[in-house]
Design a protein around this ligand. Structure first.
Ligand SMILES: *Cc1c(COP(=O)(O)O)cnc(C)c1O
Length: 397
């Protein structure tokens, strides 16, 4: 699953290049950096690998999402439709620009249910933000249709799905903009980092400036001469982090091949249990295969199976009880527990979450288990794990 499992000489070499020059910042210092521009190089690599015109690196996936929201002009009074199943960073970004997160149900793809999106549209809706959870994709054709019908922005949170595709296109490259996370546990990592990808020049130009205090980067070698068309923040990535990412992106195809091979073996083995049903993949070929996600017939069985898998010494994610990835346990969100007061309009809009329930999402998430796919296993180890997994699941049925 995470790229850090295969750190090696390549990452050291790239980081060393930066250490040698002593210039750890991505902008400026044109002379002393001796031609070493790791962040620029990684941005170039991202555009090539994901077949997009523009890529902007940031300090994290969260700041990539925040930057994308700002570049798309999403702000106070705007509603952003997003799923109940995601990492908290998705709503953090919406709230950080003062917009209103509108949570809607997920379906058996573990991503936005298109019908639920349609039902949630109001005159205030500005954007739809699918989250491509656990390595696989949302139903993008259905979401594209909705966004066209209602003239909405489509922002893909592809933070967990770097390298996955939908009908041949990279996740993140299909909407107006998409984001990746390169934090320590993602498919490829910079240790900390993120990126926005887009084919729209205006979005890129704004993201480039917003993530660096508004610098338009037109002042040449003198940062002091840069203009500031609008304000921004310091969401910059460092050269050291970009260097790690540069080594990692060159290994992405290798990571994907290993994950897909390992997942295939596990999925076939689990297919022998009639009570197991798998997460629906709108385009199975595009799966990045970071997780094998499946459903058991009842919440009780899923809970018991999770316990049995863990008791067998294997990892398992039961998101329904997880504090960070599913609405049910987001008490701070439900209570609107913000340190700095929300604008009155947003505070009022957030009230709904104090009592809101999502029975359709609960019915799926309470039966769902995700098994992480490691890059480090041999085929033999995968088969050994498959046997243990089968035994643990059967013991819970
Ligand atoms: C990891 C993640 C993010 C945020 O990324 P960070 O780099 O950790 O800030 C956003 N959305 C999802 C779905 C994620 O999994």
């Amino acid at each position: 699953m995470p790229g850090f499992e295969l750190f090696g000489a390549e990452e050291k070499k790239e980081v060393n290049d930066v250490l040698e020059t002593g210039i750890y910042m991505r902008y400026g210092f044109d002379g002393p950096r001796k031609g070493i521009w790791k962040a620029k190089e990684l941005e170039q690599a991202l555009t090539e690998r994901f077949n997009v015109k523009y890529a902007q690196l940031t300090s994290s996936g969260t700041t990539a999402l925040t930057t994308a929201m700002a570049a798309l002009g999403i702000g106070a009074g705007d509603e952003v439709i997003m799923p109940t199943f995601t990492f908290v960073a998705s709503f953090e970004a919406v709230l950080s620009v003062g917009a209103t997160p509108i949570l809607v149900d997920v379906d058996d793809t573990l991503t936005l249910a298109p019908d639920a999106v349609r039902a949630a549209i109001t005159p205030k809706t500005k954007a739809v933000m699918p989250v491509h959870m656990c390595g696989s994709m949302a139903d993008m054709d259905a979401l594209l249709d909705i966004c066209k019908d209602y003239n909405l922005l489509l922002l893909e949170d592809a933070c967990q799905s770097t390298g996955a595709t939908y009908k041949g296109k990279a996740l993140g490259s299909i909407g107006h903009a998409g984001t990746f996370s390169f934090d320590f546990v993602k498919t490829i990592t910079c240790a900390e980092g993120g990126a926005i990808i887009t084919n729209i020049e205006d979005i890129y130009t704004k993201a480039d400036a917003f993530s660096d205090h508004g610098h338009d980067h037109l002042g040449g070698a003198d940062r002091g001469a840069d203009g500031h068309p609008h304000f921004g923040y310091n969401f910059r990535i460092s050269e050291l982090h970009a260097a790690v990412g540069l080594a990692q992106i060159r290994k992405l195809d290798k990571f994907l091949a290993i994950q897909r091979n390992n997942k295939q073996i596990l999925k076939e083995a689990l297919g022998a249990i009639p009570e197991v049903t798998f997460r629906r993949l709108p385009d199975p070929e595009g799966d990045s295969a970071t997780f094998l996600s499946f459903f058991l017939p009842s919440a009780e069985a899923a809970k018991a199976a999770t316990a049995a898998i863990k008791a067998a010494g294997l990892p398992a994610f039961y998101w329904f009880d997880n504090n960070w990835h599913y609405f049910r346990k987001w008490n701070h969100f439900k209570e609107g527990a913000t340190l700095h007061p929300f604008a009155a309009q947003l505070a009022k809009a957030m009230e709904v979450y104090k009592t809101k329930e999502f029975p359709a999402s609960d019915a799926l998430m309470s039966r769902c288990i995700s098994f992480p796919i490691s890059l480090a296993w041999t085929d033999e180890e995968v088969r050994g794990r498959a046997e243990k997994l089968i035994a643990a699941i059967k013991s819970a049925l």
